[in-house]
Design a binder for this molecule. Structure first.
Ligand code: G6P
Length: 369
């Protein structure tokens, strides 16, 4: 059952392993079986607003905010709509400029985060259309919103969010593809390619989940580090942020996520032969740029752990350790690249002996501000 560990040592590991299934639950019944179309019933009433929206504002906290950042790249790329992503806590207190042409999307696993709920209420008061991307059915945020999509990830117990993140990103990918097609910015052909790619994600994640022994070995090598740096570009920059957050939350190692090119403006000062640098380097249009960033770290003797596309021999030679993911379309790369990073954080944590399901000082749901 959902509330048991079902043979796994921790809920976090169980939830990481559930992802092929939970992602499928997120798109099941919403992607036509012949992969020709996406149907999101919870957006039906707000579709006219989405068609005319001049701007999307995505709000959330923690991991949900990271999912929102992935969403920013997807909506801008496929719908050509300007997107802003904000921490709910900042949005609500800075007298935000919003009007009736804005659609606000609140992302929250629990649907109860105090800051996100307050931000939703504020956006509504100011006349925006507000949508929710939530997990807990009937929770406070979905009750306040004009529409939205449940992620259907099932109960998440591990305090560090894993399966909710990939389900949120799955929904955002579907929303961006659907809206891009409806607004005439995404060709029918490309739309169908994205749907097809999404439908293949569960199987590809199963392949990654077979590499846990290797990920555990790499975790063992770096478990005594003091700091770690995570780098990525494009939609994989938020994946780097989320990977760093996972490590921080469960292992108590200090980790920082950075946009790879921005490293030169600060974090590069930290690079020495004691610093693990995790680089998210799937094959996409940023790939060559990421390779140069890796060279910059290498020249300063940093230890590189790279998440790469299968068969990437170039980085194989250049990096200390490699986590391979199956080849995919860039639209679904965030869903695949985060998996080894979740596992890496998990193994570093258990090797350090922390309580991964109940990390100190953290709460599953932050219902006070
Ligand atoms: C807490 C949890 C995180 C979560 C964040 C936002 O900090 O520990 O895992 O990402 O709240 O929660 P929400 O339920 O709004 O997604």
């Amino acid at each position: 059952g959902e509330l048991q560990k079902n043979g796994y040592d921790h809920f976090m590991l169980k939830e990481i392993f559930e992802q092929p299934n939970t992602i499928e639950q997120s798109f099941k019944g919403r992607i036509k079986t012949d992969n020709s179309d996406i149907v999101l019933g919870g957006l039906h009433n707000v579709m006219p607003k989405l068609m005319d929206a001049r701007r999307l504002i995505i709000i959330g906290c923690g991991t949900s905010w990271h999912a929102g950042l992935v969403g920013e790249y997807l909506f801008e790329e496929y719908c050509r709509i300007p997107v802003e992503v904000e921490y709910a806590s900042e949005f609500r207190y800075r007298n935000p400029i919003i009007d009736e042409d804005d659609v606000v999307i609140a992302i929250s696993q629990s649907g109860e985060t105090a800051d996100t709920l307050a931000a939703v209420k504020l956006a509504k008061e100011r006349g925006a259309t507000v949508l929710g991307i939530c997990n807990v059915v009937g929770s406070s945020i979905p009750r306040e919103t004009d529409g939205g999509v449940y992620i259907h990830a099932g109960v998440e117990i591990g305090v560090a969010s894993t399966k909710a993140f990939t389900a949120q990103v799955t929904i955002l990918t579907m929303m961006a593809a659907l809206l891009g097609k409806e607004r005439g910015k995404l060709s029918l052909e490309d739309y169908r390619v994205i749907i097809q790619e999404l439908s293949e994600v569960p199987e590809k994640i199963k392949t990654i989940l077979k590499t846990t022994d290797h990920i555990r070995k790499v975790a063992d090598k770096y478990k005594d580090a003091v700091n770690a740096l995570y780098l990525g570009r494009g939609a994989l920059f938020p994946v780097a942020l989320e990977g760093a957050l996972k490590l921080k939350e469960v292992s108590y190692l200090h980790a920082e996520g950075y946009a790879a090119a921005e490293m030169k403006h600060g974090p590069i000062a930290l690079v020495d032969d004691n610093l693990p640098v995790v680089v998210v380097a799937a094959k996409d249009r940023y790939y060559e740029k990421v390779v140069s960033n890796i060279q910059e770290v290498k020249a300063r003797k940093g230890n590189i752990i790279a998440v790469v596309s299968e068969g990437d021999t170039q980085l194989d030679k250049m990096c200390d350790d490699i986590f391979e993911i199956p080849r995919s379309h860039p639209a679904v790369a965030p869903l695949l690249t985060i998996i080894p990073l979740q596992l890496f954080a998990y193994y570093v944590a258990i090797l350090r002996g922390t309580d991964v399901d109940q990390p100190r000082n953290l709460a599953k749901s932050v219902t006070v501000e």
